[in-house]
Design a protein around this ligand. Structure first.
Ligand code: NAI
Length: 302
């Protein structure tokens, strides 16, 4: 089959050097699994203290893995931790950090304008063969990549939190992603030990498209007075075998995040009933009750 989109001169190189932009919750996890797979990793963040926090977070996460693997051997534990950490460089400079990258993974704030600006900078500084990807949860790839000159090397790598634990990677292709790019992204996913699924550039891809409307449907059930929150949570855990009920899950994800995702989709698809916002959720977020992280959401936390 013809390789769609990819110019014949631009041969994609094997992925050795990965640059991750955004050293938050997701970026640090992606860095850890990539370095653990013996890839050379550079993590970039505009905020120096985010880099320091990421470094510490990765070290303690690796320490837990090392303790499990080499229970009574502290020398083997530190060897494992440092062998992975040694593969991770930290930087605050985007252009320098993407120059040698075979793959760039963006994991910065979920803001379309900031992402577009970043991708312009990445494309200008990267090699003509570098694969450029986003870890976005809720934005359209077509929108994020609107101004890219070569859209054939652009795709999505959607990881799940916590990255080292969650086995799934959604590999996303938009209309212009080439077959060669897509195959390389799947290959990268396998290299970092994930099970990959193929997704198109549709809201929420597979997991969040099913999960987020389900969480809102639970809210609507409660708002109608059909069942209590604890009963809905117990029912879904014991009846459907889910590890958390929808309200527990929403508090874990963050009610502000749930609202942000749904509001974005609702704006794009105002007639889709599955994407209808919830007044109760809106009022909790307005009151600063964003879930576990704030100490209160649907439930209270100590
Ligand atoms: P976070 O807030 O923990 O980290 C974002 C980091 O990006 C911060 O350290 C910030 O300093 C940095 N940053 C912001 N603008 C930047 C710029 N222009 N250049 C360089 N660094 C910049 O965010 P989190 O939760 O890690 O999410 C990142 C991305 O991953 C978002 O697109 C989000 O939708 C997506 N995502 C989040 C998941 C989650 O469970 N939190 C799950 C899957 C995807």
């Amino acid at each position: 089959a013809a390789v769609r989109g990819l110019s014949t001169t631009a041969q994609l190189s094997k992925i050795n050097n990965v640059t991750i932009i955004g050293a938050g919750l997701m970026g640090s996890g992606i860095a850890q699994v990539s370095a653990n797979a013996k890839l050379n990793v550079t993590v970039v963040d505009s905020n120096q203290s985010a880099l320091e926090k990421a470094q510490k977070g990765i070290a303690s996460s690796l320490q837990r893995v090392a303790k499990k693997k080499h229970a009574d051997d502290s020398a083997a534990q530190s060897a494992l931790v440092s062998s992975v950490l040694d593969r991770i460089k930290m930087s605050t400079n985007v252009s320098d950090s993407v120059k040698d990258a075979d793959l760039v993974i963006e994991a910065i704030v979920e803001n379309i304008d900031i992402k577009r600006k970043l991708f312009a900078e990445v494309e200008a500084a990267a090699k003509p063969t570098t694969l450029i990807t986003t870890n976005t949860s809720s934005l359209r790839l077509a929108d994020i990549g609107l101004n890219l000159k070569d859209k054939t090397r652009f795709g999505g790598l959607h990881f799940f939190n916590p990255v080292p634990m969650m086995k799934l990677l959604e590999v996303v292709r938009h209309d212009d992603t080439s077959d060669a790019t897509f195959e390389q992204l799947i290959e990268y996913g396998k290299t970092v030990g994930k099970t990959t699924v193929a997704c198109k550039d549709t809201p929420g891809f597979i997991v969040n498209r099913l999960l987020v409307p389900y969480m809102f449907e639970a809210l609507r059930m409660y708002e109608r007075g059909d069942a209590s929150m604890p009963d809905i949570d117990v029912a879904m855990k014991l009846g459907a075998g889910y590890p958390m009920g929808p309200f527990e899950l929403s508090d874990y994800v963050g009610l502000d995040t749930c609202k942000f995702i749904m509001d974005g989709w609702h704006k794009q698809y105002p007639d889709e009933v599955a994407f209808k916002p919830s007044p109760l959720l809106d009022s909790l977020v307005d009151a600063g009750k964003t879930g576990r992280k704030s100490g209160e959401g649907f439930y209270k936390y100590k």
